[in-house]
Design a protein around this ligand. Structure first.
Ligand code: SF4
Ligand code: ZN
Ligand code: ZN
Length: 302
């Protein structure tokens, strides 16, 4: 198979685009997909202050590289979740990436700054580690983005299609209403954007390899309970049989379904009684998790 652009030998095939590319033109293709997404959804401009959530994995580091190559200035925020060697390794990779390119990376340390780790919290909550982790990441990144215009997230096509499938299977209309490539800024929360939604997971991995990016290849040891991952596996089977189905599912929803669920509308938010951050309830989910995770066992069980 030959590269669509230069007709040299191809290195990466993108079946849903009926195309294959040599390394240089694949890199260009991915960067163009991201530039187009930023433009089409009016995500941000060069005047905006951007903060990227960095996990040390392929998606966030590839996106940091792409945005820098596109000429944007982007700071990174790494969340140390206290997940043993996995957190230590991914922190080292994120720090190495930032240092090599002279980029600013801030580190938010859940155990040191907030007094608990994800495994500790999961053990005290009666809910899965991934659900505690997900809500903690959202809270900490929103907080880290104070003073920035835009919080940039590295969710790729596979992540978004699997999340959409999970929400559709349960008709979780509230979450469907928030599944947008851009969530507008509201009082106390920066605009949130997902520029990687046109790039599939295997493509971000190929991009990272071709760009010589060292990223965390090990999976999180708590991944067994991750429902989104299981849905991704199901979607991969469908994609194998019907190339492009993930993209059609996600972009069909964004183009024709999303407006029925209030996507883009601003939620009504009050202030958390404990931390003062925006929330729909009285005390935010993160403060409730934190209170239970850091309480002495006798108080926790009452
Ligand atoms: Fe967090 Fe679950 Fe992902 Fe591990 S697999 S980083 S616990 S969401
Ligand atoms: Zn080429
Ligand atoms: Zn709170």
């Amino acid at each position: 198979m030959n590269c669509r652009v230069c007709k040299q030998r191809a290195a990466v095939e993108v079946r849903r685009h009926h195309a294959a590319f040599c390394p240089d033109h694949f890199i260009e293709h991915v960067q163009r997909q991201v530039a187009r997404t930023i433009h089409d959804y009016r995500m941000f401009g060069s005047e905006d202050r951007l903060l990227l959530g960095v996990s040390g994995g392929k998606d966030s580091l590839a996106l940091w590289d792409i945005l820098t190559e596109l000429g944007y200035e982007v700071d990174g925020a790494y969340l140390h979740l206290g997940i043993g060697g996995y957190s230590a390794d991914s922190l080292a990779l994120a720090e190495g990436f930032a240092a090599n390119r002279n980029l600013r990376l801030s580190i938010i340390d859940l155990p040191v700054d907030y007094g608990f780790s994800i495994p500790e919290a999961a053990a005290t909550q009666g809910r899965s580690a991934c659900s505690v982790c997900g809500l903690s990441k959202r809270y900490l990144l929103n907080e880290a983005a104070t003073g920035y215009d835009v919080l940039v997230m590295g969710h790729n096509l596979d992540d978004e299609a699997a999340t959409l499938l999970g929400n559709v299977l349960k008709w979780n209309t509230e979450y469907l209403g928030r599944q947008a490539p851009v969530l507008p800024a509201v009082e106390g929360l920066a605009r949130k954007v997902k520029p990687l939604i046109r790039v599939a997971e295997r493509e971000t991995a190929a991009y990272a390899v071709l760009r010589g990016i060292e990223y965390e290849v090990e999976e999180c040891p708590l991944v067994a309970g991750n429902k989104v991952n299981r849905l991704k596996e199901r979607l991969n089977v469908l994609e194998e049989q019907s190339s492009g189905i993930k993209q059609q599912f996600l972009f069909g929803f964004l183009d024709r379904g999303a407006q029925h669920f209030g996507v883009g509308e601003k939620p009504e938010l009050g202030s958390c009684r404990s931390c003062g951050r925006p929330t729909t309830g009285d005390v935010c989910a993160f403060c409730r998790v934190r209170a239970r995770a850091t309480a002495p066992p006798e108080e926790r069980d009452s």
